[in-house]
Design a binder for this molecule. Sequence first.
Ligand SMILES: *Cc1c(COP(=O)(O)O)cnc(C)c1O
Length: 419
Amino acid sequence: MTDRTLPFTRDQLEAVAAQVPTPFHLYDEKGIRDNARRFREAFSWVPGGFTNYFAVKALPNPYIIDIVKSEGMGADCSSLGELLLAEACGITGENIMFSSNNTPAKEFQKAFELGAIINLDDLSHIDYLETALGGKLPELLCFRYNPGKLKEGNVLIGKPEEAKYGFTHPQILEGYRRLKAKGVKRFGLHTMVASNELSTEYFVETARMLFELVVEVHKMTGIRMEFVNLGGGIGVPYRPEHKPVDLELLGQRVQQTYREIIVPAGLDPLRVVTENGRMVTGPYGYLVSRVLHKKSTYKEYLGLDASMANLMRPGMYGAYHHITVPGKEKGPRKIYDVTGSLCENNDKFAIDREIPDPAIGDLVVIHESGAHGHSMGFNYNAKLRSAEVLWQEGKFHQIRRAETYADLFATIDYPGLKK
Ligand SMILES: *Cc1c(COP(=O)(O)O)cnc(C)c1O
């Protein structure tokens, strides 16, 4: 097994760590941009222009949103906070996809005020939205489809019929009829049935399912769909043996499917959009940490200054994140449980993992932390959330400082609490 390469050297990392306390998340701007361009290129055939709406929840930092915006992406938001981030970055109007569920009225109101494309999750939300907007509906609305038993979900997202999201097949036909009766003029169709999926064909089949539904909706209601949103869910090759989704092949295969289904039905042009987050930033983030302790009991432990509060995925899902020791790639290796300092035994970044054997004080890099890393961070055990740093080919820019105790205790008014 060969170790992964890093876009920075050990000395460069030490130079960042001299300015920013470890642990911190480091994001590689060039990696994000190159990937975004490959993605856009792969779907450049789409009539009316392809857009990936970046799922903000993956990495909700405005400096990152600025980068993906400048690469042509919109924002996929599912909460008021995410809408505020998009707005701050100058993403408004139909460059925002509001794909929420169980949504409060004021979030719909904000989405409408920004001119976002509102993607409804349930039939009953048509009336709810109309009431929230004072008796009117936007001229464009989208529905989220849940195919139920008609399509197998992937492992991470589970069976569609057990997922809380989306309209059933009969409901979606009924929904478009209702919209039409209420005077809505423009229509979109969305689904999201996979998460962290690495099979190209899975996404091609999802596109086929939506294209067929576009044709069916047209037959049943006369509605001509303006766009389909294939959702997010393109996976990250977390394990060394994983292969990334071949974006070029995916683009070609979706185009073939479009030509087979949409063109003969006379429904071309139809825009195709996506709302991926994980694949946009995930592989380009690195959690940088230092070795605090080595402990030898029934097992060998490597104790880092990062914990599950900085990256929850291994503890929460047993997710694999590759670990390297910059500068010691070729050195002797040893099997460790790599741990944090929370009072929870699942606070482990790796279990029985063979890695290069670091010394106390060495930097250790945990890979693919760029999605659901810092954003899933939390304050359990009164831990402070870390800084975020942008790596710009030799230069670096802190895009979020580390929390302080004043931040942590800001909402508690208690005499004598040291902030
Ligand atoms: C989470 C989510 C996404 C993005 O998923 P990724 O796995 O980050 O690509 C897109 N749309 C919806 C509705 C989501 O909930």
